[in-house]
Design a protein around this ligand. Structure first.
Ligand SMILES: [Ca+2]
Ligand SMILES: [Ca+2]
Ligand SMILES: [Ca+2]
Length: 303
């Protein structure tokens, strides 16, 4: 058998002498105390890859923008340092100008293919403060067995919320702030949900990166083919275009009627919409997926 180096052997003998045959004398007690300090020092240097004091987390809310009468989707994410994430809770409050019609949904962190899959515990609920300010609360426990966690060091999208910007909302930036004051509306309770992240057995008060929604000017913004300006392209728009062309019907935005974006308003425009709707024709020219400005110059106007 290969002989151990003398130093190691001495260290080993000293360790055995101190911890398997403890002496009752004061000298023995002091010696054991010295050894415990040495062992603790080695543990601190070698074992925790990151000291406990370096364990931290951040909750962030993304920002978005949109015109009045549109929907804006934002995401709440968490990022940790020094520990995988086993649980998260928190709440996001919005101003009265915005509307949140339904509870948020799970984010990409819990995708069954690209994420860790659905968490064992999920809580997503519309909420309000004691003063009546609106928002939503969230809570997750990734795995009751603590075998699956959200990995550290990578932003994890927890939940996605879609806000509506009502008609007539003034231009400006409306904050989406994390708060510890939101109380879930369902089930009725008086307990506010606080912003907190669990890294194994350690609870961390995360830093909070708030979000916002900017309501921008709607001048010149339209949806291609959306003649009646309800942000949906359907049969009613083809009928409204025919009415405008042949009956002197009203128009909100000439660019919207110009479904083929050739700068001319004629029968080919409502036909383009009908082909799209009933023959699965190609998408209309931009802006079609979402409202926007006309990318091609023409003499048509849009107020
Ligand atoms: Ca429409
Ligand atoms: Ca046209
Ligand atoms: Ca154009």
């Amino acid at each position: 058998m290969r002989r151990r180096p003398v130093e190691i052997e001495d260290w080993h003998s000293e360790f055995v002498r101190n911890f398997t045959h403890p002496e009752v004398s004061r000298e023995g007690a002091l010696r054991r105390r010295k050894w415990w300090l040495c062992v603790a020092a080695v543990f601190v240097v070698l074992c925790p890859q990151v000291p406990l004091s370096a364990q931290s987390a951040e909750l962030s809310c993304s920002s978005g923008s949109g015109i009045a009468v549109s929907d804006v989707t934002i995401a709440v994410s968490v990022t940790s340092i020094g520990g995988d994430i086993d649980g998260v809770s928190g709440g996001v409050q919005h101003t009265p100008e915005l509307e949140l019609g339904s509870a948020p949904v799970l984010g990409s962190a819990f995708d069954p293919i690209t994420g860790v899959g659905s968490p064992d515990f999920v809580f997503l609920e519309l909420a309000a403060t004691a003063g009546g300010a609106a928002g939503f609360t969230f809570g997750f426990v990734v795995d009751f067995n603590l075998t699956i966690s959200l990995p550290t060091g990578v932003s994890q999208e927890l939940t996605v919320a879609t806000y509506s910007i009502p008609a007539g909302t003034a231009e400006g930036v409306y904050p989406l702030n994390f708060t510890d004051a939101l109380i879930p509306l369902n089930p009725p309770t008086s307990i506010a949900i606080i912003n907190q992240v669990s890294l194994g057995p350690i609870e961390v008060a995360p830093t909070l990166a708030h979000g916002s929604i900017e309501v921008v000017s709607s001048v010149g913004v339209f949806l291609r083919g959306d003649t009646n300006a309800d942000l949906t392209v359907d049969l009613a728009d083809a009928v409204a275009s025919l009415s405008f062309l042949f009956e002197g019907g009203p128009s909100v935005c000439l660019d919207a009627i110009d479904a083929n974006d050739d700068g001319i308003l004629d029968i080919s425009d409502p036909i383009k919409v009908l082909v799209l709707l009933f023959s699965l024709g190609p998408p209309l020219p931009a802006p079609y997926r979402a409202p926007g400005l006309d990318p091609t110059a023409d003499a048509l106007s849009c107020l």
